[in-house]
Ligand binder design. Sequence first.
Ligand SMILES: Nc1ncnc2c1ncn2[C@@H]1O[C@H](COP(=O)(O)OP(=O)(O)OP(=O)(O)O)[C@@H](O)[C@H]1O
Length: 233
Amino acid sequence: MLELSAVNSFYGKAHVLNDLSFTVARGQVVALLGRNGAGKTTTMKSIMQLVQPRSGKVTFQGQDITGMPTHKVAKLGLGYVPEERRIFTDLTVAENLEVGRQPPRDGTYAWTTDMLFDLFPNLAERRGNRGKALSGGEQQMLTIARTLMGNPSLVLLDEPSEGIAPVIVEQMVNVIKTLKADGLTVLLSEQNLHFARAVADMAVIIEGGTQKFNGTLEELNAHPEIRDAYLSI
Ligand SMILES: Nc1ncnc2c1ncn2[C@@H]1O[C@H](COP(=O)(O)OP(=O)(O)OP(=O)(O)O)[C@@H](O)[C@H]1O
């Protein structure tokens, strides 16, 4: 469904992604793992074309999206939840969701606010509260819910468990499992192997923008030396 082929991305002269190649198959949850500064966010941005790869190719549903403007990439059905929570603090939870509304595409889920409130009960309780009244974890949930209002077929989640309370992390695990059961494809970046183990089918590990591992979580579990070399536990 999504394929990166020999992607090289730079910030000025700094070469941050080196010949990165991996695929995300329809219906899979893939975890992009690596330490701080490994290049996870740059990979997400290179998929969304917020950073345009200098060479290599990004293909989504068979279409080459390399160099395409980001808003067009989003229109094709790629939803992006960046690491920094982007909600409108002066709008209510319900209003924030409305801002994200996009017409459904063929074959994708057509989310309604009621469906999202079922998925995120905390947000349902706080639907009339302004964004600024929410906790960090609730803001993270709202950012995800708002992205789902755009009816994406693939969601990119950049470090969804970062900086949120353990009880909310457990809810996030359930949300991702539900999305997978509903047929959504997910690529998430994580430093937290525990979280990845709970939700992901496949793991891609990067270090210094270079791929070090690509396989199932079972394969990764069978190789603790890879985990020790490239991940902080
Ligand atoms: N706007 C930028 N300009 C220059 N260098 C950058 C920029 N953004 C990131 N970098 C550098 O690119 C490298 C990869 O950063 P990136 O944010 O992709 O890593 P990451 O794996 O997502 O880490 P984190 O967990 O900190 O988000 C790092 O060395 C970082 O310092």
